[in-house]
Design a protein. Sequence first.
Lengths: 161, 433
Amino acid sequence: MARLMNLLQSTSRAGLVLGTVFMLGIGAMTVLNVILRIFNIAMTGFIETIEILMIVAALGAMTFAVFEKTQVAIDVIIGRLSSKNRRRFDIAALSASLVFWGLVCWATIDWLFRGAYTAITDILKVPMWPFQVIWVIGLIFFCLVYLTELLTMLFNRRLKE
Amino acid sequence: MTPPVIGLMGILVLFLLLFVGIPIGVSLGLVATVGLWMLAGDSATFLKLAVTPFRLVADYNMSVLPLFLLMAQICTVTGISRDLYNLAAKWFGRLPGGIAMASIGACALFAAISSSAVACAATIGSIAVPEMRRFKYADSLSTGTTVSGGTLGILIPPSFMFILYGILTETSIGQLFIAGIIPGILQAFFYILVIYILCRHNPKLGPRGPVTSFKEKIAAFGACGEIIALVVLVMVGIAVGWFTPTEAGSVGAGGAILFTVIRRRLTWKGFREACAESMKTTGMIFLLLVGAYIFTYFMTLSNLPAMLSEAITKLNVPPIVIVWIIIAIYMILGTAMEEASMMLLTIPIFTPIIANLGLDKIWFGVIVVRMMQVAMISPPVGITLFVIKGIAKDVPMSTIYKGVTPFIIADAFHIILIVFVPWIVMVLPNLMH
């Protein structure tokens, strides 16, 4: 389990670095586009390129956020519970997260196999499948993080019992 | 079960999930998935679950988020916030309660760089609270000022809440940004007025600060002049159409990096820290938005907002009464809920009602964000209260509550003003046309 956790941590770090590079790329391209517009020069396929870069940037950010547990939750009630009861709610929250992202992952794979992989962008004619595959890998990562955390919680409890 | 009943059940289950600590994005997503499955069957639900998140991350307009966050983070890690505070302190410091007024001024200036109230309260609070304590300010005034001033971060553009509202309601983010300027300045003025009245009544609350010469006042501009120029460029650029808000994020981030590198203030470590922080927040927001997008679709399909809207129209009451009811709902929700979740939960229901009543979505957006600000300082769960409590650890929570009360009263007057005089909000966006 510890080895898997280390692997997930390395993946989240890699996601952060890759996402940051793509985010900076988006910024640089946008500034260049604004400057070129002053000279009446249009960048062909600018929006499409940004959209493609955004997939990796957003996924990198989400990967990092999932691993760092930065999801927003309301803890008005559970914040006042004993640690034992709080743990039960934490397990419920992890299970709910796993179910939701598992469903999104399953639906996305199904959507890809039903023909979505043939899509190409309108202007640049870039095939979308490599980015869809990257997205699916990201979704599988989310599920693995939640599953590992859930198992760690349950396993630790059994050890205590 | 009819679709509106399924919609209503969905909202009730959502509240339950939120209050047992399920992450907001996941709660919204799960409720919407089950609701969609009941309304449209499994194939349509599966398609929505696959397409919505991918389209969300592959959306050009979403690039506005990480870059405005990066701009704010660059300014935070390079210590520009201290220069902004010094500037305000040099100009206001000598007045009764002047250091507190300076804190409000610094919050307003920092709000024009930052898009978050928490960042604004934490950054300015960590400088201003110790400074006010050094000048023997009452704890209630020093904490109350920074708690309230921090909320300017989400009204004065660029604002994360306006971006979120714009995305959810498909309203122009540029117009929302511009609409927030006058109410934001007016709010800062109201807060300064509160401090003035409090310190006139009881001078011991906020003694006068040190004397500064006119030369020192002008020199204070030098330390942060280019960042103020950058903020003006970004806002004017959006207002006159030089660039879109999406592009403005990139221009702002690029400009902040350029200026701080030229001034040799941005270190490699600071840059990495700023990038990591903005990516983390971006990720957090996307995780929320995936659920919110599916939930909005579920609400539309359930026909609940349309039905509510129709029922309210039939009530034959003036639209302003409905607005006040919505404000009251936000006040109640704000005492128990976090701001982003409040917005994600209510916007799919309230916006169709507002549109049906013929009210302006930009004006309503400013009111919604204004209510988010009140929620942020409302006991017991207002987030900025806890941010400042973290800075002034030895100040009891009851003192912070006491300190924030006059500012909440000022907020009430400010909200009444922008509800009854929409011109305050709409004058700049109308000029954009």
